[in-house]
Design a protein around this ligand. Structure first.
Ligand SMILES: *[C@@H]1O[C@H](CO)[C@@H](O)[C@H](O)[C@H]1NC(C)=O
Ligand SMILES: *[C@@H]1O[C@H](CO)[C@@H](O)[C@H](O)[C@H]1NC(C)=O
Ligand SMILES: *[C@@H]1O[C@H](CO)[C@@H](O)[C@H](O)[C@H]1NC(C)=O
Ligand SMILES: *[C@@H]1O[C@H](CO)[C@@H](O)[C@H](O)[C@H]1NC(C)=O
Length: 301
């Protein structure tokens, strides 16, 4: 190779490398919002990769969608870091979020910000193992989207977004008060409120015409009568252990394809209905109630 060819080769290699490395997919609005979020969380080391000089789609703790959504930020997952403060309300400005996770952050305090209700593409909301307090906010019922509200102004490609209620994981927090009645209007696929301090009624979360698969309300202070609660015919996982639930287990519950079931440590009474999968669980799914009886527990007197 003569000198010119070598130089040319280097020139092309250089151009190729610089263009491919400086390719910036990040949406400017998303970048601005993310930097506000970082600041609101006091610039934690956990978010050190969030450097304004770089493409935000390369930052840790988040994902951008593909070209069909113009590489907008679709997932924000902040997990197990040294993070103190409250959930910044700016998360509601990441309009294309499908997944929002704040998990294992025991210094995360305060309430769930109202702006989360703006996230109309949200599929999964997981705020777990934090010190978030306050009631389960009623505005979460605004997350139900949008099946019939899609308008002509939304590009065709967005049809790939599921128009459905997000999975809701709010376990391991300090949430208190009652579950809002309005959440009963939503058809969740998965709902996990376990290990909080929720009281009162949860029967609104159950309804025959829902398609819910997973309900975990264990380790709260819920108090309601189970006797007339009808469960969805799709329910596979139900955990109600450690609450103050009264009444008896309805016969209708034998119609659900339950694979995991736990009603232990409540104040239930009466016959365990025979049939379905209810006898496939052992005594530990039923023990520590007031006067439940029948298989797999001792027979009723
Ligand atoms: C939580 O805050 C306390 C007090 O500021 C601090 O000592 C501790 O390291 C923090 N923990 C985490 C996981 O951020
Ligand atoms: C967070 O909750 C844990 C118990 O779950 C508690 O020990 C800790 O002190 C709490 N931290 C704050 C900052 O409230
Ligand atoms: C489900 O049943 C409730 C009453 O139990 C009703 O208000 C609601 O509209 C029904 N939903 C659907 C999707 O049929
Ligand atoms: C049900 O919950 C109780 C109380 O937490 C626990 O001891 C038991 O092992 C659980 N049963 C199953 C099948 O997980």
């Amino acid at each position: 190779m003569d000198k010119t060819t070598t130089l040319l080769l280097f020139f092309f290699l250089f151009t190729f490398l610089t263009t491919s490395f400086s390719k910036n997919l990040c949406n400017q609005d998303d970048k601005t919002t993310l930097l506000k979020i970082k600041k609101a969380l006091n610039n934690p080391y956990h978010l050190a990769s969030w450097d304004p000089r770089t493409d935000c789609c390369s930052w840790y703790c988040l994902e951008c969608g593909d070209a069909t959504v113009n590489h907008r930020v679709t997932a924000l997952t902040i997990f197990s870091g040294q993070i103190s403060g409250q959930i910044p309300p700016e998360v509601g400005d990441l309009s294309y979020l499908q997944t929002l996770v704040f998990r294992k952050l025991t210094n995360l305090t305060g309430q769930i910000p109202r702006t989360i209700a703006k996230l109309k593409y949200l599929r999964s909301l997981r705020l777990s193992w934090t010190n978030l307090t306050g009631p389960v906010p009623g505005f979460l019922s605004e997350l139900k989207n949008l099946q019939n509200k899609l308008t002509g102004s939304i590009p065709e490609s967005f049809g790939s977004f599921p128009a459905k209620v997000p999975d809701l994981y709010l376990s391991h927090n300090q949430l208190s008060g009652y579950i809002p009645k309005t959440l009963g209007n939503l058809d969740f696929s998965k709902i996990d409120f376990s290990r909080n301090k929720l009281g009162g009624d949860a029967s609104m979360l159950f309804r025959a015409n829902k398609t819910t698969w997973y309900i975990d309300l264990s380790r709260n202070m819920l108090q309601f009568d189970l006797s007339r609660v009808v469960i969805p015919k799709t329910l596979g996982i139900l955990d109600l252990n450690h609450n103050g639930i009264t009444g008896n287990i309805p016969v209708q519950w034998t119609e659900a394809p339950l694979q995991f079931f736990n009603v232990s440590y409540n104040r239930l009474c009466g016959h365990i209905p025979t049939g379905g999968t209810l006898q496939e669980f052992d005594t530990y799914s039923y023990f520590h109630n007031k006067c439940l009886c029948g298989a797999p527990l001792d027979s009723c007197k």
